[in-house]
Design a protein around this ligand. Structure first.
Ligand code: NAG
Ligand code: NAG
Ligand code: NAG
Ligand code: NAG
Length: 228
């Protein structure tokens, strides 16, 4: 009995420690991920423009994702916190232009933002409420204009191909940190620039060197940069 009891206490203590650990180390940094709409839309995947019309020919936000230094990430951290459009009502038009949905069936973006908030944003609620989470992503995008950065390096959405390492170098030169670049394939099977990941510290205030890169770089050394 005594033995069992002390084991139970140990188990309880362990569970509590783990809970504390989970809360305090839920995430270490953010991936700030942007997508090139031309590379979303020229695959065989179905896509639609949002109801607000064709998005700008710019890298749109995909998400701001809490991640851990060991490469894992938390998700769906608070099922009770649903996306609430009224929290972002004073930045809705900015969301429409900087964070446009490309998914079918066509819609106004609310579903995309709700998914991003519920899956990812709820995991950084200890630092950022809904409004601040979305506003932060917009500010991060405005601080790091990827299209202009590439243009300055002679890299333009004209098909390409371009060297993957030159693309990474252009971003590193402009902002000081090496990005992760993710590719997909166009309908004819060519590797193309799809998403750019940059890392942001836990509080969201600074870009940082990525503690870990996502697994699997699907890019070829030479990649397309399609027109949009
Ligand atoms: C927008 O609304 C949020 C609360 O929902 C508020 O904190 C923020 O200051 C508002 N921003 C502007 C520019 O009015
Ligand atoms: C977006 O669409 C949803 C669902 O149709 C609707 O409830 C919501 O009011 C729309 N929001 C805006 C900002 O147009
Ligand atoms: C896209 O569709 C075309 C025509 O059906 C097919 O030849 C091609 O292999 C497909 N490409 C991909 C990446 O699925
Ligand atoms: C994020 O960067 C800011 C500015 O350098 C710094 O004050 C803050 O402590 C950093 N937060 C973390 C968790 O690294």
């Amino acid at each position: 009995m005594e033995f069992k009891g002390s084991n139970l206490i140990k188990l309880l203590l362990l569970t509590q420690c783990l809970t504390v650990l989970c809360v305090s180390q839920n995430y270490d940094f953010f991936y700030f991920v942007r997508q090139w709409p031309g590379s979303y839309c020229n695959t065989n995947r179905s896509y639609c423009y949002p109801t607000t019309g064709k998005p700008a020919a710019d890298f749109g936000i995909h998400g701001l994702w809490p991640n851990r230094n060991d490469g894992s990430y938390p998700s769906n951290c608070d099922p009770n916190s649903q996306f609430n459009p009224s929290e972002v009502s004073n930045i809705t038009s900015k969301l429409q232009s900087h964070w446009p949905t490309l998914a079918c069936p066509t819609n106004n973006g609310t579903r995309f933002w709700a998914h991003e908030w519920e899956k990812h944003g709820t995991c950084s609620m200890s630092k950022l409420n809904q409004h601040d989470y979305f506003e932060l992503a917009i500010k991060l995008k405005q601080k790091t204009d990827l299209k202009q950065t590439f243009r300055n390096a002679g890299i333009n959405p004209n098909g390409g191909p371009y060297s993957l390492s030159n693309m990474k170098e252009a971003i590193k030169k402009a902002f000081g940190f090496t990005p992760h670049i993710d590719c997909n394939v166009d309908a004819s099977g060519k590797s193309q620039l799809f998403q750019v990941y940059m890392c942001v510290n836990r509080t969201g205030s600074n870009f940082i060197e990525c503690p870990v890169f996502p697994r699997g770089g699907r890019c070829k050394p030479s990649i397309m940069f399609p027109v949009f």
